[in-house]
Design a protein around this ligand. Structure first.
Ligand SMILES: [Zn+2]
Length: 435
């Protein structure tokens, strides 16, 4: 089942509860009322410790069960909305576990931090016994992360949603941890496999080490996620030395490779600076423009012509010659999109830079994962969060979002909205996990 069908099914269930109770074991519709269980309601809109939940008993099979209103989170003291808000804030708004805990506590109780917001208001009635600790919020997060890693939720997750262009990148993170009894910073690698067209994150994971085998394992996991390796038609990366070896291991050596222009420019930055320092800014700008004419060419023909001009003019120059050689040796990968072999494949700058930007911002304030598998849980949830997260609709022109108001899953042509009573509601990553 894809994460989309999972999420849509769940949110539909929340929005349209069955009109009449049905036995969860045999599907029978004949039952007797079977008393109440005192559940209490600790939700964002309502704080009532005495809310009772109706129980039923099936007359056919004897199974007993309780009502499950949308607000009720099974086996949790707090309501579903409190937990969902906490997870949403944890993923999307950067703050520490402690600050997050105190904020959620304030919203639920109207006490504590909420007195800062509205000193003229009394805390909500019944707020006294509510002591929401940051560890509770953290635990909800870990439980969600474990759920995201469950075999049945991972299997076939992205079936039918892959465009054929795979972008890969690795990054490095630092986190506060304990090493041999001493508190210090601990480093770890992260691998991201992203759909190069739709930006759908196909696998985001912590690397156990930096060997080729470990990187390859991430690619192989795609199969379990519903993406056949044979369906990879182009490969994007920033040009790590190990990449070709990984592809060859999986018989993917023939898959065309596209390089990120952003990284190619970065490779030339030092050389261009040295050239401009020696020959003057104007000459430096001219060389830059000539290189840009190759990498930004509108057609393959224009790119070849621009490359020939570049080689002719600068090929023998002792300073610029080295740069020209880089442009020449990477020409095929830098201009692969112009061949038109993969429909809709565009020139690429950052491969998955934006994933790293988000995650680093988040990590900086989070500071610690508070457990060994905390990092794994974080990346599992981040993957789902990114895929369901819609891009902003912005009025100002500072930044251009190519798909305003859409999330990667929607760009990959999945329908995440549910229509109930004329209202359209978008499913979220939390619905995909049935939280
Ligand atoms: Zn029954």
């Amino acid at each position: 089942m894809t994460i989309v069908s999972r999420a849509v099914q769940f949110v539909k269930g929340l929005l349209t509860p069955p009109s009449r109770p049905v036995c969860p074991r045999c599907g029978g519709t004949l039952w007797n009322r079977h008393g109440f269980s005192n559940r209490g309601k600790r939700c964002l809109d309502d704080l009532d410790p005495d809310v009772a939940i109706q129980r039923y008993r099936c007359t056919r099979c004897g199974k007993t069960w309780s009502d499950k209103p949308a607000w009720l989170a099974p086996r949790k003291w707090y309501g579903r909305d409190v937990i969902r808000m906490s997870l949403d804030l944890a993923m999307d708004c950067t703050t520490s576990w402690r600050e997050l805990g105190s904020m959620v506590h304030g919203i639920v109780t109207g006490a504590g931090r909420a007195v800062r917001w509205a000193p003229w208001r009394q805390p909500k009635e019944g707020s006294e016994p509510i002591k929401l600790a940051h560890t509770t919020v953290w635990r909800w997060f870990q439980e969600a992360g474990k759920r995201a890693g469950q075999e049945d939720r991972v299997a076939e997750r992205y079936q039918g949603l892959f465009s054929g262009v795979l972008a890969t990148d690795e990054s490095w993170g630092w986190i506060k941890g304990i090493v041999e009894g001493v508190g210090r910073k601990v480093g770890f690698g992260v691998q991201a496999l992203v759909d190069g067209k739709t930006r759908l994150v196909l696998n985001l994971r912590r690397l156990a080490n930096e060997t080729e085998e470990e990187l390859r394992a991430g690619v192989e996991q795609l199969v379990r996620r519903g993406i056949g390796l044979k369906s990879i038609r182009a490969w994007r990366s920033d040009g790590r030395q190990t990449d070709p070896a990984i592809w060859a291991m999986r018989d993917l050596g023939a898959v065309p490779w596209q390089r990120s222009i952003f990284h190619l420019w970065r490779n030339l930055a030092g050389g261009l600076k040295a050239y401009a320092a020696a020959k003057g800014q104007q000459a430096g700008d001219r060389l830059r423009d000539q290189i840009r004419a190759v990498w930004d060419a509108p057609s393959e023909r224009a790119a070849v012509v621009a490359l020939m001009t570049l080689v002719q003019e600068y090929g023998d120059d002792p300073l610029a010659g080295r740069l020209v050689r880089v442009v020449r040796s990477t020409f095929k990968e830098a201009t692969f999109h112009l061949k038109g072999m993969v429909a809709g494949l565009a020139r690429t700058s950052g491969v998955v830079e934006w994933v790293w930007r988000r995650y680093k911002r988040r990590l900086r304030l989070l500071q610690c994962f508070m457990s060994d598998d905390g990092a794994d849980n974080f990346f599992r949830l981040d993957e789902l969060h990114i895929n369901f997260h819609r891009y902003q609709i912005r009025k100002e022109r500072k930044r251009v979002y190519p798909y305003p108001g859409k999330c990667p899953l929607e760009i990959a042509a999945a329908e995440i909205e549910v229509e109930v009573d004329g209202r359209r509601v978008a499913a979220t990553w939390m619905d995909a996990l049935a939280i």
